[in-house]
Design a protein. Structure first.
Ligand SMILES: Nc1ncnc2c1ncn2[C@@H]1O[C@H](COP(=O)(O)OP(=O)(O)OP(=O)(O)O)[C@@H](O)[C@H]1O
Ligand SMILES: Nc1ncnc2c1ncn2[C@@H]1O[C@H](COP(=O)(O)OP(=O)(O)OP(=O)(O)O)[C@@H](O)[C@H]1O
Ligand SMILES: [Mg+2]
Ligand SMILES: [Mg+2]
Lengths: 381, 331
């Protein structure tokens, strides 16, 4: 198949050598974590001091990177070739702990204690919509500011939409600026007397209904919880903004990962468009888990015909099965390439690189190196 | 007539890792149960409009609508439950608050719904599971159940236990009052033999691991685990003996070359070795799947397999999957 427009190739080595922050995004299950780890490993072995922030890695991959603990501390990955002067640290993001750390850093000590002890904080802190995404960004900012690394590679949480990652800070900010929060925070803010003033008729009806449903004591707990978080929220907007700005800073690049399937590529397209809107730099698209056949001399049709010849006589079941396999593989490759071509036609400027589907899962450094080699366009060894 | 492995179940909750086929399986299961004249409600709770997409209809309103007729005359109704609709329902049912009355409007104006769903997805889960329970226990005028069964296209494995158990957790926060009573009622249904939580998986490392973890979590929360549905299964193409040889790196290359020649192809070395390496890839994939099957077998739950479909999933293929589920006894 000849594409009408040549698709620019994503130069991964130039990208990892030049970037200070790389963000891997994409829809669920496409290979974000794998790609992030493979990029980080390759960067480290090319001499960069690298840290990868992973979220929810497959268990065996986590083990082979020495990530046994969820403790928000980057740890050195062993088995990495450090001869070029680089190294690889890895850490898994622990939502709850990151949230706690923020409370401890930004609230007064007395308030921090009250917040951490509040049953609602404990039940809800890690489930605010968008928290995970926001925390990943916050942690990214911290790692970058530490000065310990040349390159921070970030994995993003498994969301169904890649856009969630970009929308999280805005969503949290909108939420914090919302009326409900204001009303619930007002009593604590203004003290008992002024409280009466803000109690509008609407609020009375509202609390009446809610209290009926959840019970008055629960409402009080929520109100206390929100009030206690206020200090923290005070600095929140600025931090959300600062972190968001970091994503636009020179040295940051986004890598969009997709599977060669319609849904994943559609998500990738949304994301690419959104990045352009936000003026955030896109390095390119990684199409992960593609199937290709090296047997170019044998078309699927001829392969099937040959298989049928053998099946008619019942001889050489091995050869006929292999021929059927080959035909299926070629057809799959054609379907995948058609999907990719559709993406590239709509987004002609976006550099693309393909990573082959490995027969097994990617769960060790060698597997990551193979993915890294594919990313860099090196011919398979 | 096939016999169901879950004869007492009236609430079937379908979960699984994202993208493994929850929506597809839930829809097929609803058709399978409806077959032969039953009334089944298929619901979704994540605001995805996945059911409408699957049945190729306009987005579902908060209203029970017939979306399909099962073989033999059963009906499948569908409902996309959202927290706001469920809350309005709830206020209407228990407090006779009209959805268009002042209190309901005030709530909306205050942004109470966004608030509830943002600050506490738990709170919206209470409403969603409450609505599911209501559909399960709802009676017609003559006292018979409104639906023979309710099938829920549920949240993914990572969230399912929290989702189903939320009433228990919230019930713990509210010591008395209507929430407490309501949550006790919901948990009574969810923990009973009326409920079966089925897990959909692919034969890949992460979905299998999530299934194992999910079963452990559900069990710990005393939620009834149903069956394991292995979706998108590929038949091994190579004969068994060749598979084993290929996986061990001992594929009979000479036999392959001879066979190619017999088929009228020119078996030069490059062609043979490239085809052989495709066969090895396949064998390794099959071996990986076999390991996944073994891990799932250790769960000792009834398990069901659905084939990988080569075309896009449409109504026709849903009927076929439904039939397969019935033959294997899930419905
Ligand atoms: N090129 C590849 N070949 C074979 N298997 C792969 C490849 N890339 C990823 N995988 C496997 O696919 C699974 C999912 O990959 P990964 O965890 O990287 O996806 P993700 O996008 O991070 O998923 P989530 O959205 O759940 O976080 C893993 O088991 C991984 O080993
Ligand atoms: N047996 C099958 N053979 C081929 N394709 C399938 C099969 N089952 C599901 N699919 C396809 O896989 C994709 C994911 O399926 P589905 O939407 O049912 O998964 P899901 O678990 O509900 O996903 P999500 O987590 O996004 O809600 C869809 O495109 C669907 O058509
Ligand atoms: Mg991941
Ligand atoms: Mg779905």
């Amino acid at each position: 198949m000849n594409a009408t427009v040549p698709v620019p190739v994503l130069d991964i080595d130039a990208t990892i050598d030049g970037a200070r922050i790389l963000v891997c995004c994409g829809s669920g299950g496409v290979g974000k974590t794998t790609t992030a780890a493979a990029l980080a490993l390759r960067a480290a072995e090319r001499g960069r001091r690298t840290v990868v922030l992973t979220i929810d890695p497959a268990r065996r991959l986590a083990q082979s990177m020495g990530l046994s603990e969820l403790d928000n501390t980057p740890r050195r990955v062993t088995g990495v070739d450090e001869s070029a002067g680089g190294f690889l640290d890895a850490m898994m993001l622990d939502m709850k702990r990151t949230f706690d750390e923020i409370v401890l850093t930004h609230a007064e000590p007395s308030k921090a204690e009250a917040i951490l002890a509040n049953p609602f904080y404990q039940a809800l802190s890690s489930s605010f919509a968008g928290t995970q995404e926001y925390m990943a960004m916050e942690k990214l900012g911290q790692l970058q500011a530490s000065g310990d690394y040349d390159l921070v590679v970030v994995d993003t949480p498994p969301t169904r939409s890649a856009l969630d990652f970009l929308d999280a800070p805005q969503r949290l900010t909108t939420f914090l600026d919302g009326r409900m929060i204001k009303v619930l925070m007002a009593p604590a803010k203004a003290g008992g007397k002024a409280y009466l003033k803000v109690v509008s008729a609407g609020f009375n009806v509202f609390t009446g209904v809610i209290a009926k449903i959840v019970g008055a004591s629960v409402l009080q707990d929520v109100s206390q919880f929100i009030a206690a978080l206020e200090t923290m929220f005070g600095g929140f907007r600025e931090r959300a903004q600062a972190t968001y700005d970091l994503l636009k800073a020179p040295g940051t690049s986004f890598i969009v990962v997709a599977a060669p399937e319609r849904d994943a590529l559609r998500e990738a397209a949304y994301f690419v468009e959104r990045l352009a809107e936000e003026r955030m730099p896109l390095a390119g698209l990684v199409v992960n888990r593609v199937h290709r056949s090296e047997v170019t001399s044998l078309t699927a049709e001829r392969s099937v015909a040959a298989a049928q010849t053998l099946e008619a006589t019942g001889s050489s079941p091995l050869a006929s099965a292999v021929l059927r396999l080959h035909a299926d593989r070629v057809w799959l490759a054609v379907r995948e390439q058609r999907m990719e071509a559709r993406f590239s036609t709509a987004h002609p400027g976006v550099p693309v690189v393909e990573v082959a589907a490995q027969p097994g899962d990617v769960h060790d450094l060698d597997g990551l190196r193979r993915v890294g080699a594919d990313l860099a366009g090196e011919a398979a060894a | 007539m096939w016999v169901s492995d879950f004869p007492g179940a009236r609430l079937h909750v379908v979960t699984g890792k994202g993208g493994t086929g929850k929506t597809t399986v839930a829809a097929a299961l609803a058709l399978a149960i409806a077959a032969g004249g039953k009334r089944v409600l298929l619901t979704e709770v994540e605001g995805r409009q996945g059911i409408a997409q699957l049945f190729d209809t306009a987005p579902l309103p908060y209203e029970e609508r017939k979306v399909a007729v099962a073989p033999g005359g059963g009906d499948v109704y569908a409902l996309a439950i959202d927290p706001e609709g469920a809350l309005l329902d709830y206020l209407h049912m228990f407090y006779r608050l009209s959805p268009s009355g002042i209190p309901a409007r005030t709530l909306r104006r205050m942004g109470a719904f966004e608030f509830a769903t943002t600050v506490a997805p738990g709170l919206s889960d209470v409403l969603l599971t409450g609505k599911v329970k209501e559909a399960v226990i709802r009676k017609q005028k003559d006292g018979t159940p409104a639906y023979d069964a309710v099938v829920v296209d549920g949240p993914p494995t990572g969230r399912i236990t929290r989702f189903l158990n939320i009433s228990h957790e919230m019930g713990g926060l509210a010591k008395v009052g209507p929430i407490k009573n309501q949550s006790d009622n919901v948990m009574a249904v969810l923990r009973s033999a009326q409920t079966a939580v089925h897990l959909v998986t692919l034969l890949e490392e992460m979905p299998v691991q999530e299934t194992l973890d999910g079963v452990a979590e559900l069990t710990a929360a005393q939620l009834p685990v149903g069956g394991v549905i292995v979706n998108a299964v590929r038949e091994p193409v190579l004969p068994a003996a060749d598979l084993a040889a290929a996986e061990a790196g001992r594929l009979d290359v000479a036999a392959l070359a001879a066979g190619l020649k017999e088929a009228g192809l020119e078996p030069d070395e490059a062609l043979v070795s490239a085809l052989a390496s495709e066969a090895v890839d396949h064998a390794q994939r099959v071996a990986l799947e076999e390991r996944g099957r073994d891990s799932l077998g250790a769960l000792q739950r009834p398990s069901y397999e659905l084939p990988l479909l080569t075309q896009a999933v449409d109504l026709g293929s849903l009927y076929r999957l439904a039939e397969l589920l019935r033959e294997q006894g899930l419905a």
